[in-house]
Design a protein around this ligand. Structure first.
Ligand code: F6P
Length: 195
């Protein structure tokens, strides 16, 4: 069996303010997580010389990967966070107040709701197809450093969770989800590296 490690980027400055979208750098806590993650990965994958680190093209995932040395890194646009379109840079409270109809539509059907000029969860699931094909094809371990919505979709694929649950799956910050693909099926472990 070979592991796939899934993690969100370390806490970003936008996470601290509750803003969605954007391309923020890490907070201090996020930087600390990047170091802890590097330690974990270097220990866990020490003997796995062919392992690779996959990130999105957004700074917060690239910065989270940066303390990890000794493994090739690949950037995927397909691993970018859900595109929130006109809501980029807003907080949930601001959307509720300034765009109440959008807020309500999303609440009613988070899976299908598409942000104006942005994406829905279904759109994200669809654009992840090439990433999933490549993950399935890999023989070596892969560390995927991405974003909340994207990781919900990837996790659901490997853990065989129904489509309708995807937008509410818990993928907390600063936690590694390890998935082992063996002949008998899929096993999962979670490592919470910090609060
Ligand atoms: O808040 C962090 C974040 O990654 C946002 O950038 C993104 O819009 C959101 O989570 C996705 O989660 P949800 O679909 O629950 O809003």
């Amino acid at each position: 069996p070979r592991p796939i490690l899934l993690t969100r980027h370390g806490e970003s400055r936008d996470n601290v303010r509750g803003r969605i979208g954007g391309d923020a750098v890490l907070s201090e806590a996020g930087e600390l997580y990047a170091k802890k993650l590097a330690n974990f990965v270097e220990k866990r994958l020490k003997s796995e010389r062919t392992a690779s680190i996959w990130t999105s093209t957004l700074q917060r995932t690239i910065l989270t990967a940066s303390p990890i040395v000794g493994f090739p890194k690949i950037q995927w646009r397909a691993l970018e966070e859900i595109n929130v379109g006109v809501c980029d840079g807003m907080t949930c409270e601001e959307i509720k107040k300034n765009m109440p109809d959008e807020y309500v539509s999303r609440k009613k059907d988070k899976l299908r709701y598409r942000y104006p000029r942005g994406e829905s969860y279904l759109d994200v699931i669809q654009r992840l197809e090439p990433v999933i094909i490549e993950l399935e094809r890999q023989r070596a371990p892969v560390v995927v450093i991405s974003h909340q919505a994207v990781l919900r979709a990837l996790y659901a694929y490997f853990a065989d969770r129904p489509l309708k649950e995807i937008p509410d799956i818990e993928v907390p910050l600063h936690t590694i989800i390890e998935i082992q693909m063996g002949v008998t099926g899929v096993q999962e472990k979670r490592y919470k590296l910090m609060d």
